[in-house]
Design a protein around this ligand. Structure first.
Ligand code: GLV
Length: 331
């Protein structure tokens, strides 16, 4: 008898997704291999699991490089990442192999902007330090100079990367009557709407009370905030990073915070992630570090997962991905 069954595409998914995306995946006509553990699969395990797969749904914690693609083999038709940033993926190598890479722009913009502003306020007004002092019994009295920090209201905020998320941050900050500066390689289409003025890099560094990073991470933005940049900032300046850890030279930042070269930093992203609990940065009182939770609102995470599944299924069906990070793959 001739076997007429059509082989279903094999897909490796590197973490349990939130519902309803997970059910959609489980009901899809695919052979699903779902990584069951709470942490990411180790790289060698990822290589083993992806071998012979037609689809891969991954997270920003998975390194997708040339060797991984080679291990996957020529069957791999689509990579779909549940994140907007794709700096963990060698996009050029995927494009060379004709593999479209999906990502999830738009749906996490507002959640990430909320977090950036929360982190900015928390760092300026020393919320974490103050709350820890209350818990530790160090709240002795109302103190005229206790836990004082700079005003956000009326300050100058420099936005590095006025894209979707940077503009959403700017919109929120309008309510604080701030002066908004930004620096992008090209003028931003959002600048007029949000009332942000393009300034040269040196001006942004020198004039901002707060600098908030919203640029993608790439070789061009690697260590954009380095010792030279920190040296040009005000000693009262506060740096906020909700983009990627690699945009900041963390050793230079630590030095600048330790010596009072700048006042404070609020970091939702670090190098490495997770940052070890005994990392020297965490011993500084003027640093707030969060565990990369920019997009961690229920609705953003649900929508990211749904978008990632939609990209995956489109790729398996040979359709153009609704949200493709390497459109050059389509020629
Ligand atoms: C989160 O950092 C993302 O890129 O989606």
């Amino acid at each position: 008898m001739v076997n007429t069954a059509i082989a279903l595409p094999r897909v490796f998914v590197t973490r349990r997704l939130p519902e309803p995306a997970l059910s959609r995946l489980q009901q899809a006509p695919i052979v699903l291999d779902l990584w069951p553990e709470a942490g990411p699969p180790p790289y060698e395990e990822l290589q083993r699991r992806v071998a012979g797969c037609q689809g891969l749904l991954c997270l920003l914690t998975d390194r997708i490089d040339e060797a991984l693609l080679a291990a996957a083999g020529s069957e791999l038709r689509v990579i779909s990442q549940m994140a907007v940033g794709v700096d963990n993926i060698d996009l050029a190598a995927c494009t060379r192999r004709g593999i479209p890479v999906g990502h999830t722009p738009g749906v996490l913009t507002e959640a990430t902007a909320d977090l950036a502003v929360a982190l900015l306020l928390a760092t300026a007004r020393r919320l974490v330090e103050a709350a820890n002092d209350v818990k530790a019994g160090r709240w002795h009295t109302w103190d005229p100079m206790g836990w004082v920090g700079p005003d956000v209201h009326g300050s100058t905020v420099g936005i590095v990367g006025l894209g979707r998320i940077g503009a959403a941050v700017a919109r929120r900050l309008q309510g604080f009557a701030v002066r908004l500066l930004y620096h992008n390689p090209r003028p931003s289409p959002w600048a007029a709407e949000v009332g942000a003025t393009w300034v040269p890099w040196e001006t942004l560094l020198a004039e901002s009370d707060f600098i908030t990073l919203h640029c993608p991470y790439s070789p061009a933005t690697h260590h954009l905030i380095n010792a030279a940049a920190l040296a040009q900032m005000k000693p009262t300046a506060i740096l906020i990073n909700t983009a990627r850890g690699g945009v900041v030279d963390q050793e230079a930042l630590e030095q600048a915070l330790r010596t009072g070269r700048i006042a404070a930093a609020g970091l939702d992203v670090t190098t490495p992630e997770p940052l070890p609990a005994d990392h020297p940065l965490l011993s500084l009182p003027n640093v707030v570090v969060l565990p990369h939770i920019g997009s961690a609102s229920l609705s953003a995470r649900r929508r990211m997962a749904e978008m990632a599944v939609a990209n995956l299924l489109a790729g398996l069906a040979g359709e153009r991905l609704p949200h493709c990070a390497n459109p050059a793959v389509y020629g």
